[in-house]
Design a protein around this ligand. Structure first.
Ligand code: AMP
Length: 283
């Protein structure tokens, strides 16, 4: 596996692969990789001749009060994981390589970014689509892989690729969890041992919400109330949002019907954690 830091190197390698008619899978990440990222890479390796992973903490998707400076980084550890998963190329650019001075073109998103994390993090999805536009143009993959962990991001990316005619198949992959149910996340490293224990409340609350729907409840409000009640049993948890939306347009719904996304964001201490489940209801 090769590790490269410049756009030029990626383009040269990809050009050779394309000459040979090879298919390319792409897994964009912000690094500090774990089993969740690895599952995406393994999926890409199984479906493509070559797999490229990007490892870049993208500054434009962080708001001014967010955790850009303290976001964990460890390229050596990441490259071992990427190589062990069978990827072919790891792209780790400096911010200056991706954003030369006077970068003035941005990507604007609407509707799918109105609610959930889009409402709480106003610059976030514009930044995500901006960096993906650049990475997609650099890597030119046939397929790109995203985790259901960031469910709104997956919906945004599917829409953005359709709206702007990127010829890339977007593939969603299931959430990988710790044994106690906590969704794996690079941000889990921020948690103190006490907070780590408390963080299990996210998946626990979603389990309770899901059980209610499976038992026949169709009122979004009742499901939100149940999840809120469980989250409030944990003194270290502070709710950012608990929402029930349709999983395509990410708009709030009163009645649970069709493909529904139940998503939460919760502060455990100062760490903001997200989790969700998707349920299909056709009755
Ligand atoms: P990040 O490095 O956090 O930007 O994540 C890069 C990709 O990995 C995104 O598509 C995430 O949705 C995905 N991802 C992160 N955590 C998990 C997880 N626990 N399970 C599955 N995919 C994940």
């Amino acid at each position: 596996m090769k590790v490269v830091h410049t756009i030029k190197e990626v383009r040269e390698i990809v050009k050779e692969w394309k000459k040979e008619g090879l298919s390319i899978g792409f897994v964009p990440t912000m690094g500090y990789l774990h089993e969740g990222h690895k599952s995406l890479i393994l999926k890409s390796v199984s479906q493509n001749d070559r797999t490229v992973v990007s490892d870049f903490v993208n500054p434009t998707q962080f708001g001014p009060t967010e955790d850009l400076a303290r976001y964990p980084r460890d390229l050596e550890r990441d490259s071992k994981l990427v190589e062990s998963a069978g990827a072919d190329l790891l792209f780790n650019p400096e911010p200056s390589e991706m954003y030369p001075p006077h970068t003035t073109t941005t990507v604007n998103t609407t509707e799918v970014t109105e609610h959930l994390c889009g409402a709480r993090r106003p610059v976030h999805f514009g930044g995500v689509c901006q960096v993906l536009t650049k990475l997609f143009n650099i890597v030119t993959p046939n397929r790109a892989y995203f985790g259901q962990k960031d469910a709104q991001q997956l919906a945004v990316v599917k829409r953005f690729v359709r709206d702007l005619n990127f010829d890339i198949e977007i593939i969603g992959c299931p959430i990988i969890r710790e044994d106690d149910g906590l969704a794996k996340s690079s941000r889990n490293t921020y948690l103190s041992p006490e907070e780590r224990k408390a963080a299990v409340i996210l998946s626990k609350s979603l389990k309770a919400g899901k059980a209610l729907i499976e038992a026949g409840e169709r009122s979004s409000k009742k499901v939100i109330d149940e999840i809120t009640k469980v989250l409030n049993t944990e003194p270290l948890a502070r709710i950012d949002y608990v929402s029930v939306v349709d999983n395509v347009n990410i708009q709030p719904i009163d009645t649970i019907k069709g493909e529904v996304l139940v998503a939460i964001a919760v502060y455990i201490g100062t760490t903001r954690e997200i989790d969700n489940f998707i349920i299909e209801v056709n009755d």
